[in-house]
Design a protein around this ligand. Sequence first.
Ligand code: C2E
Ligand code: MG
Ligand code: MG
Length: 367
Amino acid sequence: MAQTLQDCYPNAMVARFGGDDFGLLLDGLEPATDCTALARRLEAALNRELTIDGRSIVVSASIGIAIGPQDADCSDALLKSSDLALDRAKNNGKGGYNFFEPELDAEASRRRHLEIDMRRAIRDGDFELYFQPLFSMSENRIKGFEALMRWPHEEHGMISPATFIPIAEESGLIMQLGEWALREACRQAAQWPEDISVAVNISPRQLMTDGLVACIAQALAQSRLPAGRLELEITESVFIGNVDKTLNILHSLQALGVRVALDDFGTGYSSLSYLRSFPFNKIKIDQSFVRALEDGGSAQAIVRAITTLADALGMETLAEGVETQALMEILRSEGCNMIQGYLIGRPMPGNHVQRMLSSVQTTVALG
Ligand code: C2E
Ligand code: MG
Ligand code: MG
């Protein structure tokens, strides 16, 4: 790859920073140089098929570009800016290029600050767990609650997990946070009636760590919560990496006696083949499908296909984000077993769960 870069730009300085990280310094560019054309040329040179020892290998490279002096006025800053641009290029998918923009710097600094705050909040025990009811339409009762993290931040108010979980994943803090959520959810659920279970979200990075199975076994033992009352929610993205390893971990989790649910089904990489590769106990159909049901069209047929297949495979189905009675009726008629959403209840603090169970179990009697 270094040779390719050098061939492309014989006068440039080529460097290998380590691993698969390369640098290219072009100096003395005219202010009027078309940098986009340079980037396209690099892109074309780097994303291609190579033959090594008779084997053909498809290589791709993401490219981050910073230009001095406007993006940075010294070499360290120039490297940092190109790194930020590279991160963005990688996030946009493989094999593209991205120019540095000042917003990238602001975004990186915002994340850095949140990460620092997060460490402190973990230390101080500032995080909370909220619980949202999971309602069975056939049994006409709440069967469990999903534990959802909340971060009350003194400056920014309540920060959504959609914002802080990705930062926690990137920084590795998800290990501590996730473990806390698991223990706390088990501890609280152990005090609920015996027929009420708890669901805990497990992030992809968390799933791939070695200690997870032991950590779950320990959380169950310490809380005395029967394994059958704990459900773990994982997303399809865990199948992008090492599929065999993922399947091994999922099987060892199920061997503990806990249930495994596939969360947000229908987003991103959705593939019905995941359903065949592992005996999930539950499939959670993503909100976006539920939203689409309101507009009619093919969504209803897709939901029916999912519930039919899940049924045949012995898996339960739950629809997320159900806000109206009308949607609940459609879902019921399409063979969905359970729903979750504002119609039944919003995520609530732990001390409201018991109250909801005693009062609502009789009055929610929907339908
Ligand atoms: P999720 O697991 O798919 O959780 C469902 C999200 O949908 C929750 O957002 C919930 O508040 C929201 N929701 C539920 N019903 C409705 C509805 O009727 N309408 C609308 N508009 N939204 C509804 P939340 O709490 O912001 O969580 C976002 C995501 O953050 C979760 O998505 C989950 O992936 C992640 N997350 C939350 N807690 C944890 C945790 O403890 N560990 C990990 N790894 N991830 C977590
Ligand atoms: Mg979930
Ligand atoms: Mg979900």
